[in-house]
Design a protein around this ligand. Structure first.
Ligand SMILES: [Zn+2]
Length: 331
């Protein structure tokens, strides 16, 4: 049991809130923090999709208003990573986050394609770092800064920096806070205006996914939304024929090879690549970032994918008995 729990800050990762708990708990051995928080030693400190959240809620002070769903939607990368997957899979992932044991492979649960290498280090924005100390008295890890493929802070419009803290290090049985020690700008990063423009698009689009409800649609639904636009823009015909070459050429010209390489989504003009697969008839899902790339290119507004802003108050979520009745699209 824990007898206090730090209030999560805006855009803070649950990992970070837990790190702040550990700092204040007074426990000398890290493992005792896991026992306090989860009632078990058999747990790892996951950044993107933490597990055993039901146990965490059970170990909170009796009067707690927090729920597993509140943390999942407001303080993990779930809303981004799961924005384009079907409801059944989303439910399974939520179940794993609530009761799952040990390490969850994001690839196995289909949230990230094999071709994406996740960020190695926790990232930070030097301006947010300063502001957080001024506002809250301490820095923390922002979830919007940790998305693989997001390179800039959408608030300050400046590059994000790698901290010296590894996301997947050692036995992962400790939580580490952002600090002056691990958040150092050793060498200033500067991107060209052209890259910066595209990086800001992605930072803003990713933030929309993080901060809104979405409807867990089937892959076919997304395909249809894209198909309508592909036809409208002359990349496809009504009979499902797609002008792959023209689509790939224009897409590559729109983003530029350098940017597409940075977001691990290069286009192959000769062979099948992720883009050709995305617009073809299959039920595969891919990394959320690629949906955002294609939406932006086709001029589809992100409001199409989302419903309405999440209510950040845990009190509101607490009063709802099940997640999916609350998050189900209203017809
Ligand atoms: Zn910032």
């Amino acid at each position: 049991m824990v007898n206090f729990f730090p209030t999560p800050y805006p855009d803070e990762l649950l990992y970070s809130t837990l790190a702040r708990y550990c700092m204040r708990s007074g426990n000398i051995r890290e493992i005792h923090n896991f026992e306090d928080l989860f009632g078990t030693r058999n747990c790892i400190a996951a950044m993107e999709l933490p597990t055993q959240l039901d146990a965490l809620i059970k170990n909170m002070p009796v009067s707690t208003k927090y729920t597993a769903e509140y943390f999942i939607y407001n303080h993990t990368l779930f809303p981004f990573l799961a924005a384009f997957i079907p409801e059944e899979r989303a439910k399974k992932i939520i179940q794993t986050m609530r009761n799952g044991e040990g390490a969850v492979s994001y690839i196995r649960i289909g949230l990230i394609s094999n071709s994406i290498t996740l960020n190695k280090y926790f990232r930070f924005c030097p301006e947010c770092f300063k502001e957080d100390i001024e506002t809250f008295g301490e820095p923390y890890w922002h979830r919007s800064h940790q998305i693989t493929g997001v390179f800039v802070c959408s608030k300050h419009k400046i590059p994000l920096y790698n901290s010296t803290e590894l996301i997947r290090a050692g036995n992962r049985q400790r939580y580490i806070s952002a600090s002056h020690k691990n958040c150092i700008v050793e060498e200033e990063i500067s991107y060209s205006n052209d890259l910066m423009e595209k990086m800001l698009w992605m930072a803003e689009d990713a933030e929309i996914l993080l901060n809104n409800q979405f409807g867990f649609k089937e892959p076919e639904w997304f395909k249809n939304q894209f198909r309508v636009k592909l036809i409208e823009k002359g990349y496809a015909r009504m009979n499902n024929y797609i002008h792959q070459r023209k689509l790939k050429q224009d897409f590559q010209a729109f983003y530029g090879e350098e940017y597409l390489n940075l977001v691990q989504s290069p286009i192959s003009l000769k062979n099948t690549c992720w883009l050709s697969q995305m617009v073809q008839n299959n039920s595969r899902t891919t990394y959320a970032l690629r949906y955002l790339l294609l939406s932006r290119f086709l001029g589809i507004s992100n409001e199409k994918w989302t419903k309405s802003p999440l209510n950040p108050s845990p009190l509101t979520l607490f009063s709802k008995s099940t997640l999916f009745s609350f998050f189900a699209p209203k017809i």
